[in-house]
Design a protein around this ligand. Structure first.
Ligand code: URA
Length: 196
């Protein structure tokens, strides 16, 4: 698995499948533990992520880490974080459908290797692509969907929470629901001695 993961990552880092390759500084493949039972999927790298090569490292990322810590989750210990597209769309525009289509194979292969039990979609772009086409975050956040044996939930994107802090209590409720789901179906996410 480690080798196949590294091989996939190497392939992705050299990707030239869409126009985003010409403006990126770094491919942002993903971060976390290879045996994660819980995976978070955002939209695409922003400026800081593009410069550092890691997902969610800006202000939104700091907020995400805070929410994760509240339910004993940590990108370096027990989860995995990636995005729908691995390269930054210029000016942080939404990724175009053809860019998502070019990139989705990498995400599919990542999920085949990691085999998570739970996927959390951060924001509309991931939730509409992975849960259902008409997914409305404001109405359907926190609801659970089972797809091919994987439990999926959509919640607010951290950047949206920074723009609209009124949704923070709802986002926190979603994290508590995630914590309950992890306790119910995961084997080792909360195993670490310092966690859980
Ligand atoms: N927004 C995203 O959707 N993903 C990141 O990695 C950073 C910001």
């Amino acid at each position: 698995m480690e080798n196949r993961y590294e091989e996939l990552k190497t392939r992705c880092l050299g990707c030239q499948k869409c126009g985003l390759a010409s403006t990126r500084h770094n491919v942002v493949f993903g971060v976390g533990v290879p045996n994660a039972e819980v995976v978070f999927i955002g939209e695409g790298p922003g400026e800081n992520e593009d410069l550092q090569g890691e997902p969610f490292v800006g202000r939104g990322g700091a907020l995400l880490d805070k929410y994760l810590a509240a339910v004993d989750l940590d990108r370096n210990k027990n989860i995995y974080i990636t995005n729908m597209v691995k390269c930054r769309p210029p000016q942080n525009r939404d990724p175009r459908p053809e860019e998502v289509a070019s990139c989705i194979g990498y995400l599919t292969e990542q999920m085949e290797l990691i085999r998570p039990k739970i996927i959390v979609c951060l924001g509309r772009i991931a939730a509409t692509a992975l849960i259902e086409k008409g997914f409305k975050v404001t109405k359907q956040h926190g609801q659970w969907f089972e797809k091919n044996g994987v439990w999926m939930m959509g919640t607010f994107h951290p950047a949206a929470l920074l723009r609209n802090p009124n949704n923070k209590p709802d986002a926190f409720e979603d994290m508590l629901s995630l914590q309950r789901k992890i306790r119910e179906i995961c084997d080792h996410t909360y195993d670490g001695t310092e966690l859980g």
